[in-house]
Design a binder for this molecule. Sequence first.
Ligand code: C2E
Ligand code: MG
Ligand code: MG
Ligand code: MG
Length: 285
Amino acid sequence: RAKETGKGKYVVYEEDMQREFDERVVIEKHLRNAIEGQELSLHYQPIQQLGAEGEVWGFEALLRWNSPALGFVSPLTFIRIAEDSRLIIPIGQWVLRRACDFMAGMVKKGLTDGRISVNLSVSQLLQEDFTENVLQTLEQSGLSPRHLELEITESIFMGSFDLIRSKLEYLRRTGIGIALDDFGTGYSSLSYLVQLPITTLKIDKSFIDGIPAEERTASLTSSIIAIGHDMGLSVTAEGVESEVQRRVLEETGCDKIQGYYLSRPLPESQVQAWLESFQNSKIDA
Ligand code: C2E
Ligand code: MG
Ligand code: MG
Ligand code: MG
């Protein structure tokens, strides 16, 4: 009997793996056509400075894929597949260009003087011409480096640390901001904060979720903010969903918030209207 169960489980496991593999193959196949087919778009999620002024600090660009064959596919699913298949190189370049063009347009119209924050995958950073590409993209868009922030995650430090550090330092010297995303999850090491030219620490949503109910999570968040400040960094809280969370974070000295409480990620066509109504609500208050 034991043997049978064991064998049965093995078969089920194999079927699961086969199914996942099939799904990946299908997604990859359709993803290959996504740029040319104009199936990709960016959504922009506002980030607000806390404190008296409460200005909009900028926006994070978040990739969306509406596939004619598969419908909307979550970035959590397709970005991993894009990374494994190296499709993330052209896709990441498309994201950067689109985000810079959009922000340059907004700055020119006088709608914002803030930053656009763009997520990077490790394989993009490892491209030999990565830094040149970024600077060239900025130039072509007419966007100043001080309007761009690049978001990296701790997964980036799994290898080639020195190479990545020197590229980031080079970009940082031009005025581009560097954010460490999802901080506190994964293979965090506090030494990265010292060794890398980081300007922003983004506290992962999983910590913010614990506010206000979990006292220990709230106090851990407060410690992360203090460490960030000791390192001279600006600290952003991700995934802020309630007024209570906003207030606790403000009291704790957090610099910026991002999350549904402020706004969901917005399609390009809604950003200007959101900015205008945000400014108006501040005047009314
Ligand atoms: P991330 O960079 O940590 O982005 C934040 C994610 O949290 C986004 O999910 C956003 O929609 C979501 N979010 C923001 N505020 C809230 C909130 O209050 N509540 C909840 N429940 N969620 C919130 P999204 O857009 O699905 O993106 C998931 C991840 O995919 C991103 O996490 C990022 O790691 C990756 N990603 C997205 N766009 C790109 C891209 O252009 N390039 C790369 N390499 N990765 C990207
Ligand atoms: Mg991010
Ligand atoms: Mg994040
Ligand atoms: Mg996150």
